[in-house]
Design a protein around this ligand. Structure first.
Ligand code: AP5
Length: 211
């Protein structure tokens, strides 16, 4: 498998960019946040275990996350190009991928965005309750207020996008990210990008890197 991982703070735009890349048909996209939210919605045990951590803005334990991603990747063909968005978040998760020759990481892309912008992006984000599509009240507004452009579903705020939980998520991110960057940098697999640009400019840059 050709695996690229998207690293970056909450709100740095990993999901927005990964979804667009997957729409080209060239990549399989796995967002562990979306997978957990789907599991919660479907009342699955893994969702029940994860919810209390997510609501507090904490990381879900590595054992749960590693099992979740290993299971998902076990169904993917060996020649697929894969983007992991939101995984790994700890060195233990990165090591779990690299331990298996089939899932070794080829490239880690770090999305850099100043913290003030991150808070703006998180608190203004709205997602579709039905299909999960992401919008922003100011930066990526839907055509009709409160309504998803893709499926006409209602737009809601994620519970963990309140300012207090978003700030805590950033603290949690900062406590882990430098170790992850060192892990991938020492393996010469790290590329950092300026993700404080327009959505389209970042997409163009990523296509140059990945395609
Ligand atoms: P998850 O859903 O992965 O949240 P996250 O990493 O905190 O990332 P976000 O979804 O908040 O941000 P993003 O970078 O995808 O930004 P987006 O593109 O949406 O995880 C949620 C929770 O699940 C975690 O807190 C944890 O509890 C748990 N979890 C998940 N994976 C885990 C793991 N591996 N280990 C342990 N726990 C795990 O953009 C944000 C907003 O900005 C949107 O409104 C968007 O429209 C807007 N925007 C995007 N790009 C731009 C741009 N260039 N300019 C202006 N606005 C933009």
């Amino acid at each position: 498998m050709n695996i690229s991982v998207f690293l970056g703070a909450p709100g740095s735009g990993k999901g927005t960019q990964a979804k667009r890349l997957s729409e080209t048909g060239s990549f399989k996209h796995f967002s562990t946040g979306d997978m957990l939210r789907a599991a919660i919605g479907e009342g699955k045990l893994v969702g029940k275990k994860a919810k209390e951590y997510m609501d507090r803005g904490e990381l879900v334990p590595d054992s749960i996350m590693i099992e979740l991603i290993e299971e998902a990747l076990s169904h993917i063909s060996a020649d697929a190009r894969v983007i992991l968005d939101g995984f790994p978040r700890t060195v233990a998760q990165a090591e779990a991928l690299d331990r298996n020759p089939r899932t070794q990481v080829k490239l880690a892309i770090q999305f850099n965005v100043p913290e003030k912008k991150l808070i703006e992006r998180l608190t203004g984000r709205r997602i579709c309750k039905n299909c999960g599509e992401s919008f922003h009240l100011l930066f990526v507004p839907p055509k009709q207020s409160g309504v998803c452009d893709k499926c006409a579903g209602p737009l809601i705020q994620r519970p963990d996008d309140s300012e207090s939980v978003a700030l805590h998520r950033l603290e949690v991110f900062n406590s882990q990210n430098q170790k992850l960057l060192s892990y991938f940098s020492s393996a010469s697999k790290l590329q950092e990008i300026n993700a404080a640009q327009e959505v389209e400019s970042i997409q163009t840059l990523l296509r140059q890197i990945l395609c």
